[in-house]
Design a binder for this molecule. Structure first.
Ligand code: URA
Length: 432
């Protein structure tokens, strides 16, 4: 088999065979196919697409390219949750303890942030002592004993995705439905999940800009899951504005704890309860979604989800003292309140640009090697649909480095304020 012929066939819109896809991914994994040929094939896939069968073969080949985690020593059905990435998306830190406190098994592997989107591991590392790398035995024992563990992906999980993602990032080939679907699903399957709840984001701050393409992506991932015998539910959620009011690492831990204390934003809470309800259903803890939702809500109301959060953080070496002084936990060296110059209604709040402002304040990385400032980020005071009077505080910028006029301008520009009154956007568009 020759890779150049596979590239030509995809260029001409042909359907690739399983053998051809296996040959390509094997060559990526063993470095026998050079990056320039892989990049050409990636671009051909972006332009000509892949059908469901090809996307499933690609997913399977990618799973086989690295370690596959064996969770068979954990009793019960292992349910995972995955978000396709957004700004202010802190749901894993809320949903995981809710589900665990209701009896679900959460053996979760998360990633780091890159670009405008944050990563759960970075956020958890803002808690002193929290260990994202623990021995495999401890991971399994912890899930068996307290129902929850959250660690970083092992270095070799879906090796081909690491190579492909790095190439996609620099060759304009990230936004492709089959490539995203295979990248996400291969990691979830190699991570050992029996069932998965997907949070598929659409909008300005997401990879899929409109609901229809997000719906197609969700349906493709559901179909791949069915073929590979995994139960999947997908929530289609709005990422035209950030999730919640806090963006940044310590700031998102803060808002997660607030939500677990029943003091968080209601739309964020609702998304977490819906996702938890489906995780409990797929995990076999309850037999219908409504019961799962109610169990999740009770665990928030009676404090058991908050207690589980504490137990989990301590089990992984974290110091939970910060929970007694949450305001102190988010205290940064520099803090600037940014005020509105006009009166009106917030018509738009650009999620992607807010993610970039937070990154420029120090909360994210531009390259994988960059250090991040755990305290840097943004607290929003106004969101889409809110009325604003001139001089009202739009938000607060935080950083351990000096905050400049350019940060302030960048932040102000993310707000589109006009005299037109607009409704608050619905967060969960629908469930597939
Ligand atoms: N998230 C992933 O893991 N992979 C993609 O390709 C896009 C989002």
């Amino acid at each position: 088999m020759r890779i150049v012929e596979i590239i030509e066939r995809k260029r001409d819109g042909k359907v690739l065979t399983k053998a051809e896809i296996d040959f390509w991914i094997d060559g990526v994994t063993h470095k026998t196919i050079p990056d320039y040929q892989t990049s050409a094939l990636l671009m051909a896939i972006v332009l000509k697409g892949m059908n469901l069968e090809e996307t499933t073969y690609l997913t399977e080949a990618m799973v086989k390219s690295g370690d596959v985690i064996d969770l068979s020593n954990i009793d019960g059905i292992k349910v995972d949750k995955h978000s396709t990435g957004g700004v202010g998306d802190k749901t894993s830190m809320i949903i995981s303890p809710i589900v665990a406190s209701c009896g679900g098994k959460v053996a979760k592997m998360s990633g780091r942030g890159l670009g405008h989107t944050g990563g759960t591991l970075d956020k958890l590392e803002s808690i002193e002592g929290y260990q994202v790398e623990i021995p495999n035995k401890q991971f399994i024992d912890q899930v068996n004993n307290i129902n929850i563990a959250l660690v970083g992906q092992t270095g070799n999980l879906v090796y081909a995705d690491k190579v492909l993602y790095a190439l996609r990032d620099v060759t304009g080939t990230v936004e492709s439905l089959p490539l995203i679907a295979a990248s996400v699903m291969s990691k979830k399957i190699a991570g050992g999940a029996d069932a998965i709840v997907l949070d598929v984001k659409f909008g300005e701050g997401a990879f899929m800009k409109d609901v229809d393409s997000a719906k197609k992506l969700a349906q493709t991932m559901i179909n791949i899951g069915e073929r590979l015998d995994k139960k999947i539910t997908a929530l289609l959620t709005n990422m035209n504005q950030p999730l919640g009011y806090h963006i940044g690492n310590a700031l998102e831990v803060y808002e997660s704890v607030k939500t677990l204390k029943n003091e968080g934003p209601k739309d964020l809470e609702e998304l977490c309860l819906v996702a938890s309800g489906y995780m409990l259903l797929h995990g076999g803890v309850v037999s219908d979604f409504e019961t799962g939702y109610k169990r999740a809500k009770t665990s928030l109301e009676d404090g058991s989800a908050l207690a589980k959060f504490k137990e989990w953080i301590r089990a992984q070496g974290g110091d939970t003292g910060f929970m007694d002084d949450l305001e102190g936990f988010i205290d940064a060296k520099y803090r600037v309140e940014v005020k509105a110059e006009v009166t009106g209604y917030v018509n738009d709040l650009k999620a992607l640009e807010l993610g970039m402002t937070s990154l420029h304040l120090g909360a994210g990385r531009s390259t994988v090697e960059d250090d991040i400032d755990m305290k840097a980020g943004i607290i929003l005071n106004k969101k889409v649909g809110d009325k604003v009077e001139a001089e009202d505080i739009l938000g607060v910028l935080l950083s351990n480095e000096p905050i400049t006029e350019s940060h302030i301008k960048e932040f102000k520009d993310t707000f589109i304020i006009s005299n037109t009154e607009v409704d608050k956007p619905k967060l969960i568009e629908f469930v597939l």
